[in-house]
Write a protein that binds this ligand. Sequence first.
Ligand SMILES: NC(=O)c1ccc[n+]([C@@H]2O[C@H](COP(=O)([O-])OP(=O)(O)OC[C@H]3O[C@@H](n4cnc5c(N)ncnc54)[C@H](O)[C@@H]3O)[C@@H](O)[C@H]2O)c1
Length: 342
Amino acid sequence: MLVSKMIKFGIIGCGSISGIHAAAIQKIEGAKITACCDINIEKGLIFASRNQCQYYYDYQELLASDVDIVTIATPHFLHKEMVLAALQAEKHVICEKPMAVTIEEANEIIKATADSDCLYAVCFQNRFNPSFIELKHLIDGEQLGHLKGLKCELTWKRNKEYYQSAKWKGSWEKEGGGVLINQAIHTLDAISWLIEQPTRVKGKIMTSLLEDVIEVEDAAMATAQMADGVPVVIFASNDYSSDPTPLMTFDFEEGLVELTMNDLRIDGNLIKSSGNSQEEGKKDVWGDGHQRFYRAFVNQLKGIEDPLIPLLAHADAKNALELLTRIYQSNATNKWELVSEI
Ligand SMILES: NC(=O)c1ccc[n+]([C@@H]2O[C@H](COP(=O)([O-])OP(=O)(O)OC[C@H]3O[C@@H](n4cnc5c(N)ncnc54)[C@H](O)[C@@H]3O)[C@@H](O)[C@H]2O)c1
């Protein structure tokens, strides 16, 4: 599909994260938001007024407009339906995480993208953090030696007010899970993106502080293993008092590597820092990768060379969904579950 000179974006879902997408698009030369859609008319009209674009109530009408790229920022259970419809309408697609709520849905999307000439990417913007890019570079250059173990920790605050602010959150049917599929999914993505997909996992989930509020898990613990037996310890909770940066600790032969949203440290020495503030309570936990993510997507579309293009998540976005799905299954079976890799 040919892209018009000025790239036109349409955004479906004008909720919490939509402003981050809008800000990222506005910084891209030769791109603008021309359309938005939300079934919440008030939110849609506010977004349209802020971004000087056309508002649609029905996303099919937005897809029938002349937008080139559609950003999908709606509740999880709508991702598959909207991605397939956008590809059908010959639009390039950026979809928020998770790729879908089930592996079967993810497979349908992968098939549709393979059959389409349009570009598709899932918003795993943390891959674009300078600290993540630097670590990927060191790992791919085999500069850190053998990995002996990996520890992944995320402790955030998603309380009653958070869940009551959007009815789809906290439901198995509409969110597809809790802390694993919504908050920790970026960390799960980083495991396979930086190292490899684990081959098996045993895990437990629970609903603790929020048991009267949500049906999904607010805390999860899992042990996964790589093919060569390397342990991957995962801990995630939405029951903490604030939103400190998620931490991944890699026990490499050549040093102990600590990766956060902003910083990369090896044996305590700061190797890379993006210098962003991580004030408690602010949404800095979303990182500043959206801008680089969007730029890479648009550059790929325009055929402009950009070293960050390979960071875009396509079908491989399924790996994180696969891993967390197997944790949910293991919780039910109380057994190790095999994890496959895309
Ligand atoms: N990448 C990140 O770091 C990050 C951060 C936050 C949220 N997200 C993702 O962004 C997505 C949206 O999350 P949110 O927190 O903004 O949710 P939200 O509930 O604040 O916003 C979702 C919006 O979608 C609208 N919507 C629902 N059904 C619709 C329909 N049929 N057509 C059009 N609009 C519809 C809702 O009215 C709402 O305004 C989720 O997938 C979430 O996981 C990603």
